[in-house]
Design a protein around this ligand. Structure first.
Ligand code: AMP
Length: 341
């Protein structure tokens, strides 16, 4: 029987609980320091203890994964802690498309794929000299918003960049990507695409709570004016959201265009869970600033299903469980190669 495996962090509990609900075996690659946390959960069949997640690149651990017939579910921690080359070298079958994770980590490739999908993307600013209006400076990779800042001029940019260099968060300009800031309601749209059914499912939408930009918004401008300080967009948690029903058709359209574009640019395409992330402006137009090409932690709020998954399934369907169901179906149909890379 196939075993669902993942790294002990991010959305591991959701993923393994979902796998157990689908009757599959579960395995957690667990850092020794977190063993006591994960031993609390009865739905985890096997813990493979490691000093660091990088250990799974070692043949000793890849053999354990192979022996247990695992499919590895990638999530944000895998991307944050391994280089794309390391991820691509993992021997165990990875759920979805491991090649597209490179496109998630590299801001320039990312922009290319979003434009190929005909999504409206805020303008990027290749040179700090061209900063004319409110701009956000973002780090590459899954930095979780830490060390991102807002700026409206080259002079201010240089001051803040130098501060980040001093704190060791970045080395220089190359580590920052500049993009026009879009004002509006932030929304993180969660999808699942099944290559087995050739069908896109809209799974839910969440909001992110980011520190300390969210805290800053609670302070009157008089107090903000004199502050010599650089904000950050570090994600602390997520909360649920539902959209006006009239927006849903466009949501499906964006997801479908993204699936088609990734089939063209990164074979075999965007299989499994993904998230399109952006801002609704005052006209209800969605500006996409980012995507995640794998399960996002925002799905953790819907362990019991979301308002949208309830419309599609008669059982509480989390994203983790949806992944397990796809693995189960593919195993039965002998099509595991269609859903893994
Ligand atoms: P990202 O790493 O691209 O997901 O960005 C982290 C956070 O920065 C997002 O959750 C937003 O709060 C904010 N953000 C990123 N890009 C933009 C943008 N172009 N306009 C407004 N907010 C943004």
């Amino acid at each position: 029987m196939t075993t669902i495996a993942t790294l002990g962090s991010h959305c591991a509990l959701q993923v393994l609980k979902g796998a157990k609900d689908e009757g599959l075996k579960t395995l957690l690659v667990c850092e020794k320091k977190r063993e006591s946390l994960y031993r609390r959960f009865g739905f985890i069949d096997k813990l493979v203890l490691v000093d660091s997640f990088l250990d799974i690149l070692d043949s000793k651990y890849s053999k354990i994964l192979e022996k247990n017939d695992t499919v590895l579910i990638p999530h944000g921690t895998l991307i944050a802690q391994m280089s794309t080359e390391q991820i691509e070298s993992i021997k165990a079958p990875i759920f979805g498309n491991k090649w597209i994770l490179r496109w998630e980590s590299d801001r320039n490739l990312k922009e290319k794929l979003m434009l190929e999908a005909n999504l409206d993307v805020p303008k990027s600013i290749p040179n700090p000299k061209n900063i004319k209006r409110l701009t956000i400076a973002k780090r590459h990779g899954a930095a979780g918003g830490k060390g991102y800042f807002l700026t409206s001029s080259e002079k201010d940019y240089i001051k803040k960049r130098n501060y980040l260099i001093k704190t060791g968060l970045i080395k220089g300009d190359k580590d920052l990507y500049l993009q026009e800031y879009v004002m509006g309601v932030l929304a993180y749209l969660q999808f699942f695409y099944s290559p087995l059914k050739d069908e896109l499912e809209f799974f839910g939408v969440d909001k992110r709570h980011e520190s300390d930009i969210e805290g800053l918004a609670r302070i009157p401008s008089q107090q903000q004016m004199g502050m010599d300080y650089i904000s950050s967009f570090n994600v602390i948690g997520n909360s649920p959201m539902v959209l006006r029903e009239s927006l849903l058709d466009a949501v499906y359209g964006m997801g479908e265009r993204f699936v088609k574009a990734s089939k063209r640019l990164v074979k075999p395409g965007m299989n499994g869970p993904f998230c399109i992330e952006g801002v609704y402006d005052q006209d209800g137009k969605f500006w996409t600033f980012e995507f995640s090409a794998r399960i996002v932690a925002g799905t953790n709020i819907y362990m019991d299903g979301s308002p949208y998954s309830t419309l599609l399934y008669d059982v509480p369907m989390s994203m983790g469980r949806r992944i397990a169901r796809e693995v189960k179906t593919a195993t039965k149909q002998k099509k595991l190669d269609k859903i893994t890379t």
